[in-house]
Design a protein around this ligand. Sequence first.
Ligand code: ZN
Length: 353
Amino acid sequence: MATPVPEIQNAKFPFHDDPSNNGDQDFAVLRSSDLCDFLVYKPFLCFAKDSFFRGLFSGAQALEYKNGLPVARLEEKSDVIRDLLLLCYPGKAPTFEATELERPADPVKHIVNVLRTAEKYCLMSEELSGRVDEALMASPVIEWAPYRVYAIGVRYRLKSVCLRAAKNSLAEALHSDWADEMNEITAMDLLALQSYQNEVKMTVRRFYETVQNGDSYWIDARDLPFTLTTNLHSLEAKGHSKECIQSFLRCDVKIFAHEDDSGGPYIAHYHIPTWFDDYINGVATLCETRMDWKAFTNSKLISTAVNCGTKNCPTCLSDGSSAALKMAAWAACFHDIIQSYSESKVPQLKLTF
Ligand SMILES: [Zn+2]
């Protein structure tokens, strides 16, 4: 009985089988170990000076041909070959999510495999590093596996990837995603990350101590989700309930306010409601304990604050749902302000390369 011939698949766009390229000297076929044929445009794989493919394509006759094109068998599987080729090709960089149907079980390991394969075939170059940088910055893994991506960034000397991963690491515990990649970096690299984290933490703490002291409540007064007033009587005239106005009474602090018409920031005394003070303190606690930058837009904190702020007042309640939206929008802007404030105070991540 004859042994069944294994079936060879054709890769998907942009490496699909295109008969118009049959016999074209500029094209070749790369066959993965799981028998998937990638039709490749040779110049895109030969940009690196030492590219393995330069020798392969310019060398002796191939052992095998398909539609008049030489076939090279590679040891890697198709998911790795595909992302490697996408890095080499111009256009959209891969997101490292592999094919549409199959997500790799461990996308970070997949990235490492792709990069090691790039090294193996001597494709690493300034251009390819730029592409890897672009791909990692756009990939979701930099959000949920920041320590591992930091290690990859150090390994391949990608400064912006390291910094973004370091920022994302603020909300993650060190051991939550410890893995093999960490073996590739030195104690100095890890120390650089930890001192960055400590500096950010200290800056956030200093900022909130200032807030607690009440001497410069650093609030962006634009689009605040409540009536900003220096005069409580005006609240009564607008139909706010007694309880609502009383809650304003409890906080009398300075606000660092931006005024659109004056063209610059100034400091003034305003009344703010207790629920808003609670929200800011809730954010401070989350930032300090978990170093969670996303605390500003934490939906639980926002909904608790808005519910508290509106429940005892017909004027505030009538505007309840839009108040929640306004609060979320305001919180997102405030988050950006605090983050850029903190970053302006924090020394750069001191990388060893
Ligand atoms: Zn009210």
